[in-house]
Design a protein around this ligand. Structure first.
Ligand code: C2E
Ligand code: MG
Ligand code: MG
Ligand code: MG
Length: 281
C-alpha cells in the first residue's frame, strides 16, 4: 500500500470541525494506523432493476472496524480522510479492491453488470486519478464497462472544464458515471446536459420523504428529469414495499436498500446472491 499522504483542502473539512482538535487528531492518527494495518474493509450492497427484480449491480461501501471492535461509519471518517489527504491512497485501495471482487464474482459465474465505487472530489482532482483507475482495471482484469464511478455534484461544480475533460476521458474508456445523492447539492442543471453522465442516484432522504406529507414528489421530479435526459435513475434507501411500489410506479429504473439487501461483506454477499441474486435471473 502507498504510504504517502497528500494534504487535502481545508474547505472540504467543515462538518466534522465540531470535534475537539485533540479528539480529531487522535481519530485521524487511528485512521491512518487502521489503513496501514488493513483494518478498513469493503461491504457490498446489491442494486436491483425494479421492473425485472434482476440483480444488476453492487455498490462498494467502506467500513472501519477499530481495535475494540467498534464499527465507525464512513460519514465519520471520510471527511477526516479528505482533510488529511489519506483519501487519495484510501480511494485507490477501494477502487482496486472493488475491481478484484468483481473479477472474483465473474470467475464464479456471477456477473452483475457493474460495481459502483464512490469517488471523493479530493481524489478526483488528483493528476493521476485516471491513471489509478486504469491501473486498477488492468491489474484486476476487469473490463472498464463493468465499473461505475459515483461522484457528487461538488465534482461537477469545481473547476468545471478540467473535470469535464477528465469525465470524458473516463467515459471514453467505457467506464460508467453516476451522480450520487442527486438533488442534495446546489449546482446548476446545465452540467447534466454537458457531462457524460449515465445515471442519477436519488438520495435516500427523498425516498424517506415518500412516507411524509411531502410524499414522492422530489423522487418523481428526479425520475422525470433523468428520463428526459436519457439517463438511468436509481433510488437508494428503499426500505419498505411501499417505497418499492411507489418508485416502480413512477418509472424509476433501479434501486438499492435494506428491503432487498444491506451492505454485506463478501461471504454474506455470496449467500445473498445464491438466495436472491440467482433466483431473480
Ligand atoms: P452513499 O454513497 O450515498 O451510500 C449510500 C448510503 O446509504 C450507505 O451508507 C448505505 O449503507 C446506506 N443505505 C443503503 N440502503 C439503505 C437503506 O435502505 N436504509 C438506510 N438507512 N441506509 C441505507 P454508508 O455505507 O454509511 O455510507 C455513507 C456515505 O459514505 C456514502 O453515501 C458515501 O458518500 C460515503 N462512502 C462510503 N464508502 C466510501 C468510499 O469508499 N469512498 C468515498 N469517497 N466515500 C464513501
Ligand atoms: Mg454512493
Ligand atoms: Mg448515494
Ligand atoms: Mg446518500
Amino acid at each position: 500500500r502507498c504510504k504517502t499522504y497528500q494534504r487535502g483542502s481545508y474547505t472540504l473539512f467543515t462538518r466534522k470541525m465540531g470535534l475537539e482538535i485533540r479528539e480529531r487528531a487522535t481519530l485521524m492518527q487511528h485512521l491512518h494506523e487502521a489503513f496501514d494495518a488493513e483494518r478498513l474493509f469493503l461491504m457490498y450492497q446489491p442494486q436491483i432493476e425494479l421492473s425485472t427484480k434482476r440483480f444488476i449491480g453492487l455498490e462498494a461501501l467502506i467500513r472501519w472496524r477499530t481495535d475494540d471492535g467498534q464499527l465507525i461509519p464512513p460519514t465519520e471518517f471520510i471527511p477526516l480522510a479528505e482533510y488529511s489527504g489519506l483519501i487519495v491512497s484510501l480511494g485507490a485501495w477501494v477502487l482496486r479492491t472493488a475491481c478484484f471482487l468483481m473479477v472474483r464474482l465473474q470467475k464464479a459465474g456471477i456477473s452483475p453488470e457493474r460495481i459502483a465505487v464512490n469517488v471523493s472530489v479530493v481524489q478526483f482532482r488528483q493528476d493521476d486519478f485516471v491513471d489509478n483507475v486504469r491501473k486498477a482495471l488492468n491489474d484486476s482484469g476487469l473490463p472498464p464497462n463493468h465499473l461505475e464511478l459515483e461522484i457528487t455534484e461538488s465534482v461537477t461544480m469545481a473547476s468545471a472544464s478540467m473535470f469535464e475533460a477528465r469525465l470524458h476521458e473516463l467515459k471514453n474508456m467505457g467506464i460508467h458515471i453516476a451522480i450520487d445523492d442527486f438533488g442534495t447539492g446546489f449546482s446548476s442543471l446545465s452540467y447534466l446536459d454537458k457531462l457524460p453522465v449515465d445515471r442519477l442516484k436519488i438520495d435516500r432522504a427523498f425516498v424517506q420523504q415518500i412516507d411524509t406529507p411531502e410524499g414522492p414528489r422530489i423522487a418523481e421530479l428526479i425520475t422525470q428529469l433523468g428520463k428526459k435526459l436519457g439517463l438511468t435513475v436509481i433510488a437508494e434507501g428503499i426500505e419498505t414495499q411501499t417505497h418499492w411500489d411507489v418508485l416502480s410506479a413512477m418509472g424509476c429504473h433501479e434501486g438499492q436498500g435494506f428491503l432487498m439487501g444491506r451492505p454485506m461483506p463478501e461471504d454474506l454477499l455470496l449467500e445473498w446472491i445464491k438466495e436472491f441474486g440467482m433466483a431473480s435471473k
